[in-house]
Design a protein around this ligand. Structure first.
Ligand SMILES: [Zn+2]
Length: 322
């Protein structure tokens, strides 16, 4: 196993040893603690990374891998839950430091890692001139380094078998990585966003693929795993897996109902964004302003407003002018 770590949870770029051969690396997104994490698994001689974060946090990722006692070049596999830039935007740049690594991704996501032009164009519509500051470079992943996953597909990290479980709803190509031996599920965004020390699970609801009905099926799949621990990309590990996952459907329904009420009441985008932020502030259940600020960084109200509006327009619940 890796070297000893002097781990302190929550410090940007710092590393937490979660279990034998499992580290969480806080990527220090936007200089903040606990917003985006990656996970490092060591089994035998194999080293795998779950999520890369964006290129903007690559220095912290590389430092975190070294703090855990390895070199980025030791990476054999990079597992991404989906291709949103906060989860895998840094994959192409990371490969320059990890010449042996392959990248596992759902087949629907694979073409967008190989040629990120459309992904970058659609992200630019959402983020505008903040693209570079938020995400940094989005480099293509060479096609021969991409290994598409099948639903239920087991694969080995050393002697440890992980399974990719198809969990769409947040994104059409989302997978959850399941480690049956460790009873841990790496849930990406499908398992929601939850800041350390809080109980509210916020389902990230960006456009364009948000689908609550499909997501509900994925939640059932995740609950059926009976994981002892969920490892979130946004918020870290939680041990109350079933109660946590049980929040996703109702909390998404609550956001949807709020958006419906606001849009039918004539709200413009700014008012809907404020209403979503206010709901998160009410639900998060802590007076710690950092927790709410971090939640907003991890799942911005303006993305949820855009995603929920699109969903309601598509369903015919509000007119297309909303
Ligand atoms: Zn996402």
């Amino acid at each position: 196993m890796g070297a000893e770590t002097t781990a302190t949870y929550g410090q940007p770029g710092r590393v937490t040893l979660l279990a034998d051969g499992l580290w969480m690396i806080d990527l220090g997104f936007q200089g903040r603690e606990g917003v985006i994490a990656a996970y490092l698994i060591r089994e035998g001689n194999s080293l795998a990374l779950i999520e890369t974060g964006p290129s903007s946090t690559l220095p912290q990722l590389l430092a975190g891998i070294r703090t855990a006692g390895f070199e980025p070049a030791d990476l054999g596999q990079i597992l991404v839950t989906h291709i949103h830039l906060d989860h895998s935007g840094g994959a192409g740049v990371l490969l320059r430091h990890a010449p042996e690594a392959i990248v596992r991704v759902h087949p629907i996501g694979a073409p967008h890692l190989i040629d990120p032009a459309r992904l970058v164009a659609s992200a630019t519509r959402l983020y505008g001139d903040r693209m570079e500051a938020l995400w940094g470079e989005v480099a293509p992943v060479p096609a021969d380094r991409v290994v598409p996953l099948d639903d239920g597909m087991p694969f080995a990290v050393g002697g440890r078998l992980l399974t990719a479980i198809y969990t769409p709803g947040h994104a059409s190509h989302h997978v959850t990585y399941w480690d049956p031996e460790g009873s841990m599920a790496f849930t990406g965004d499908a398992g929601g966003v939850r800041m350390a020390g809080t109980s509210y699970v916020c389902p990230p609801a960006p456009p364009p693929e948000l689908n609550p009905d499909v997501w509900a099926v994925s939640v059932d799949k995740m609950r059926a795993l009976r994981a002892e621990r969920l490892c979130l990309t946004h918020g870290g590990p939680f041990a109350d897996a079933d109660a946590h996952l049980a929040q996703i459907d109702p909390n998404l329904a609550e956001l949807r109902a709020l958006a419906l009420r606001e849009l039918r009441g004539g709200a413009d985008a700014a008012r809907l964004i404020a209403a979503i932020h206010d709901l998160m502030a009410e639900r998060i259940g802590t007076d710690d302003p950092d927790a709410l600020t971090n939640l907003e960084w991890a799942t911005p109200s303006y993305l949820a407003a855009a995603g929920l509006t699109r969903l309601l327009v598509k369903a015919g619940d509000v007119p297309a002018s909303a």
